[in-house]
Ligand binder design. Sequence first.
Ligand SMILES: [Zn+2]
Length: 317
Amino acid sequence: MNRRDVLKLGTAAFAGGVTLSLLGPVAIADTVVQVAAAQRFKIGDIVVTALSDGHIMLDPALFSGITPDEFQAALRAAYLAPGSYRGSVNAFVVDTGSKVFLIDSGTGAALGPALGRLERNLIAAGYQPSAISALLTTHLHPDHIGGSHREGKPVFDKAEFLVSQADHGFWSDAGIRAKAPAEAQMFFDLAVTAVKAYGDRLRLVSGEAEAVAGITAVPLPGHTPGHTGYRVTSGKDTLLIWGDIIHAGPVQFARPDVTLSFDVDQPLAAKTRKAVLEQVARDRVMIAGAHIPFPGVGHVEAAGAGYRFVPAEWDYL
Ligand SMILES: [Zn+2]
């Protein structure tokens, strides 16, 4: 049967009242690629959309305070493949109804093809980059600001760029950079490039204070000097977007003492983690994490000597 015969058949079927698509071949889903990774949650009147940027492999050797065997046992207990831990990289849109904010911006081109998917998931969720009125950064690591610019030009062309004073001071300090190990120097360079891209739209925040209407900056220092969470409150609901309080969930919820080599101050990172876990478990506060399996939203409850994560259910809105 040639193309003309197919058309004739289609026309005949249509004339006979048979429902048959005349619009061309039926689309077959590409099941080899994942669907858009965006998921919404309602916090009072505010809509938060979790976005995935992709995943990052965390070598057990990066963690301190746990033996290799204990690390593998924790992965096995969570039904995960042995070896490195596959961490998510998540960011969060906060839509107040009148303004749209973005907490962190993924890796962009900084860390390879398993990442850098934030922008396409943002657009799939219905937001153009130009709709973002402020980019709120938890800290200036590449997996949180790499997607904020493309070759030094801002991706979010209408957005203010909010950074904690302490992180800005640390990562732009040429003296600290000079003393850092060679492999860490790219962190400083990326931070400076991202900050520069936003020029006079950079806004520094310090202490616990309202960052933008409806969102409070909460200092959570240790992972970096100015590591910051963002508390979203509306009506009776609260969500604490806590950035990098947890890197490897199957390990660190149960053992908050376990630290990561990327923590600028490991003892302070562990102390902050324990304090935050204790507070959100006690107060039943919903949290959202940058490296908790996508969408990275849920609750924390005390379990044994540590805690466990209870993922949030699908929100029907
Ligand atoms: Zn991170």
